[in-house]
Design a protein around this ligand. Structure first.
Ligand code: 5GP
Ligand code: MG
Length: 179
């Protein structure tokens, strides 16, 4: 069912339903539960956009795990400017720990690179990446994305935690901007 919503001056149309999202989250959780069944994992959720994905993924995990959060933001509005600001940093001891970063979406990869740069000096045993969404057409970095939920075209999306100028995070489905 195609549903149109308006956020500020833009119109968006249904793109990925919550039913589909749940299937993807189930699959990612299965992979993580399998790959880390004998390990202890520290998950690092990247705020704000990932908060719904983090919650849905985390409650499906049955491994020994903890979670903490890192809050990053771009300096300027909706564009991937390459300038990423840390609003809440890491205050957990991650040295020697298995760290899994939880991201909502990887676009250019600039944000992810900043995240890795922040974690590496603390010398974790390993850093794995799980992202719900990837825009392969925009991704320019070499960092391996270990767990990717879905690949999507290079269009602007909202919902399921993702925002347009702070709004639209509340929708359970994901919407894409109308051309
Ligand atoms: P990157 O640094 O990889 O270019 O962008 C990553 C961040 O930009 C994501 O974590 C997300 O916060 C934001 N982002 C990238 N693409 C989209 C999109 O289509 N919609 C929204 N709402 N945010 C996006
Ligand atoms: Mg994000």
């Amino acid at each position: 069912m195609n549903n149109t919503i308006r956020i500020l001056e833009k119109e968006f149309v249904t793109f990925i339903s919550y039913i589909e999202i749940e299937k993807v989250v189930d699959r990612l959780a299965c992979q993580l539960n399998n790959d880390f069944r004998n390990d202890e994992v520290l998950f690092i959720g990247i705020l704000n956009g990932s908060f719904m994905f983090i919650a849905d993924l985390f409650k499906r995990l049955n491994i020994k795990c903890r979670i903490t959060f890192l809050k990053l933001a771009s300096y300027l509005g909706t564009e991937s400017t390459g300038k990423v600001q840390t609003l809440i940093g890491i205050n957990e001891d991650i040295r020697g720990k298995i760290v899994v970063v939880i991201e909502d979406i990887v676009d250019s990869g600039v944000t992810l690179e900043k995240i890795i740069e922040q974690l590496v000096p603390y010398e974790p045993a390993m850093i794995k990446i799980v992202t719900l969404l990837l825009k392969p057409g925009a991704y320019k970095k070499k960092i391996k994305l270990d767990y990717v939920g879905m690949e999507i075209p290079d269009n602007f999306i909202v919902g399921y935690g993702l925002d347009y100028d702070g709004f639209g995070r509340n929708y359970e489905d994901i919407y894409v901007v109308k051309q």
